[in-house]
Ligand binder design. Structure first.
Ligand SMILES: Cc1ncc(C[n+]2csc(CCOP(=O)(O)OP(=O)(O)O)c2C)c(N)n1
Ligand SMILES: [Mg+2]
Length: 671
């Protein structure tokens, strides 16, 4: 690579890009960790993108109509931190660059969306950024249909590496973007042919250009160090009616002795290597120094969008006040007042009518009243629409010729769906929910974890939540998935026992601002247990006394979802024998854990024996079976300790002993 020739061909461009490379080297040397090669390789692409194309205003990073820039190759975090610092984002000071990867710094090892406004997506787990970006592009289309091009008209740009493209989820993302002709999605592939173990050839020979083309993308191949080619390619990508991939041939760790080798992937900290690389760049400034002239050129880039933003604000002010308020409300993630009113009305109706339905059907009944008053919901399912009951009448289907459609046929792409839903929520203005079978939580898991970590209130509608699904058998019967979901920090796991609890769960899920929800719903019918109407949302307390003991309280039965019915039947048996028994419904452990100790002790007082019943593994239950202050109550558990089996649901409940008789016997055995 003839660095001198690159320098002399475009000196202005070169020095701006060199600032990224130098800051990257300095910050990583100071941290003694990080990934130098990727920012050094992609600095030219990023410079041209920010200088000539990206619509942003560094002083107003959350401007709703900004272009979104997503660093899918999140290990190259110094690329985005350098860009944010250079262009003048206030949150990224030089001190932040100097404190890269240190305790309390906003410049974390990998970019985290909740630490910095300029970071749209938390990335690092390869493949997530590009998949999440698909949701951004879909959200943009939906919002444009709702508010018009003068209010919503921006691009989503992604930098993805070899690793992002090798991850399976990238194909789910590609297929979706191609099918929906998401023409405002533009992906730069950092085609450096290097990963950690060596060359890409060690593990892959996929022709990425053909793969993207086969998936319906517009593809260009360029020299990723030639600013004119980069500029022209972005220009062409913007004009294309398809999503665009620009394969940028680059050199990892450009200009250093580690160039084009896997050694260049990680932290380059050797002082001589750094000095030589800077010399090759013609960079004479000291560590962390950016010459004033270069910094001011970058700051001018950061201010370039200010005029655009002002014009946009003028256009925004010209739409009706009602529309403005609606837009701002949806962007803020605030639910309309009507939400609670329709939920209450439904609860009352259900308590009166007491239907016997599966909670997946309950969920649909709730969505039927919520979707019309919450214009920002976007529903969908990974090819299980009729099973997940996620589609309501008024939504319309999202498609190329119906961008306003609020229902997405995600196809058999649980992971891609979950990531894209995260993207929709992060874009702003959209409340996504999507369904699959609870068992396939596993297939969506990496994006569900990122939703929790990134504080995204995505709603995962997981139906067929136990052996109660019956004949499809153990491949489809979750037993460990509640535990996995509950083990994830910042996640609400709702397992409603009837339609009233389902309505309450949805209300909480759709008003949460920073917490994703998992709705665990049955295939089999359940009776309405909340037959006495309560205006208050009892699920918001996480657990509550559904039926109290008559006489001396000797037993507390704890249950969720489909097993609350069983607990109620066990209570009848025990009461008939004069054993005072309380039933506690626990639709959301996480919310119960958040209640004050006094409430928790009122619901679960010490003394009585406790038996939990749930058609899942015991894992996690001991925190509730154990008394407050760590003293074990006499406790039992009725549930699953193996995989299920293929048979009708009622027979399975008998076979695995999840019956009222067994619950009552377990309690009596403890007395
Ligand atoms: C899902 C996932 N698996 C593994 C890793 C660890 N990892 C970080 S970067 C990397 C190699 C990525 O190669 P590439 O995207 O080509 O980046 P480059 O070496 O070119 O910077 C790996 C395996 C990760 N971050 N995410
Ligand atoms: Mg690579």
């Amino acid at each position: 690579m003839d660095i001198a020739a690159l320098r002399s061909a475009n000196p202005d461009h070169w020095m701006k890009a060199a600032a990224i490379r130098a800051l990257t080297l300095d910050a990583i040397a100071a941290a003694n960790s990080g990934h130098s090669g990727m920012p050094m390789g992609m600095a030219d692409v990023a410079t041209v993108l920010f200088e000539k194309h990206l619509k942003f205003d560094a002083k107003n990073p959350l401007w709703a109509d900004r272009d979104r820039f997503i660093l899918s190759a999140g290990h190259g975090s110094m690329l985005i931190y350098s860009l944010l610092y250079l262009t003048g984002y206030e949150q990224v000071t030089l001190d932040e660059i100097k404190n890269f990867r240190q305790m309390g710094a906003k410049t974390a090892g990998h970019p985290e969306n909740f630490l910095l406004d300029g970071v749209e997506v938390t990335t690092g787990p390869l493949g997530q950024g590009i998949s999440t970006a698909v949701g951004f592009a879909m959200a943009e289309e939906i919002q444009r249909a709702q508010y018009g091009k003068k209010i919503v008209d921006h691009h989503t740009y992604v930098i993805a590496g070899d690793g992002c493209l090798m991850e399976g989820v990238s194909q789910e993302a590609l297929g979706l973007a191609g099918r929906h002709e998401l023409s405002k999605l533009i992906v730069f592939w950092d085609n450096n042919n290097i990963t950690i173990d060596g060359t890409v050839e060690l593990s892959d020979r996929t022709n990425q250009v053909q793969r993207f083309k086969a998936s319906g993308w517009h593809v260009q191949e360029i020299d990723g160090h030639n600013p004119a080619e980069i500029d022209a390619a972005i220009e062409a990508a913007k004009k294309s009616g398809k999503p665009s991939m620009i394969a940028c041939k680059t050199h990892i760790a450009l200009g250093s002795s580690a160039q084009d080798t896997s050694k260049g992937h990680g932290a380059l900290t050797d002082p001589k290597l750094i000095a030589d690389a800077k010399a090759a760049y013609g960079w004479t400034a000291g560590p962390f120094e950016v010459p004033a002239e270069i910094k001011s050129q970058w700051e001018a880039i950061g201010a370039r969008g200010a005029a655009d933003r002002k014009e946009w604000e003028g256009r925004f002010a010209s739409i009706s006040e009602r529309k403005q308020a609606e837009f701002n409300r949806a962007y803020a993630g605030d639910a309309p007042k009507k939400l609670s009113a329709v939920v209450k009305a439904l609860k009352k109706q259900i308590s009166d009518e007491a239907p016997k339905v599966a909670t997946r059907k309950s969920s649909e009944m709730v969505l039927e009243v919520i979707n019309p008053v919450l214009g920002e919901t976007v529903g969908g399912s990974a090819d299980l629409t009729g099973s997940n009951n996620t589609k309501t009448g008024d939504l319309g289907i999202f498609d190329v010729d119906n961008r306003g459609g609020r229902y997405v046929y995600w196809g058999i792409r649980e992971h891609g769906m979950a990531a894209a839903m995260n993207g929709m929520a992060l874009h702003g203005g959209i409340r996504p929910y999507g369904g699959t079978f609870m068992c396939f939580t596993d297939y969506a898991r990496p994006a569900m974890r990122l939703a929790a970590l990134s504080k995204i209130p995505t709603v995962f509608v997981m139906t067929h939540d136990s052996i109660g699904l019956g004949e499809d058998g153990p491949t489809h019967q979750p037993v460990e998935h509640l535990a996995i979901s509950r083990a994830t920090p910042n996640t609400y796991v709702f397992r409603p026992c009837d339609t009233v609890e389902a309505a309450e769960s949805w209300e909480i899920a759709l008003t949460a601002k920073e917490t994703p929800s998992v709705l665990s719903l049955t295939r089999q019918n359940l009776p309405t247990l909340r037959t006495e109407h309560k205006v208050k949302n009892l699920t918001a307390q996480g657990a509550y006394v559904l039926a109290d003991a008559e006489g001396k309280r000797q037993v507390i039965l704890l249950a969720t979802g489909s097993e609350v019915e069983i607990a109620m039947a066990a209570r009848e048996k025990l009461q008939a024998e004069g054993i005072g028994t309380r039933v506690v419904s626990m639709p959301c452990w996480e919310l119960f854990a958040q209640q004050d100790e006094a409430y928790r002790k009122r619901v679960l007082p010490g003394g009585p024996v406790r038996v939990a019943v749930e058609a899942a593994t015991r894992f996690g239950w001991d925190q509730w079976l154990c008394g407050e202050r760590g003293k074990y109550a006499k406790a039992g558990f009725v549930g699953m300790d193996s995989f299920g089996a293929s048979a009708p649901a009622e027979q399975l409940y008998e076979k695995f002993g999840i019956t009222a008789e067994n619950v009552a016997a377990t309690a009596k055995g403890l007395l």
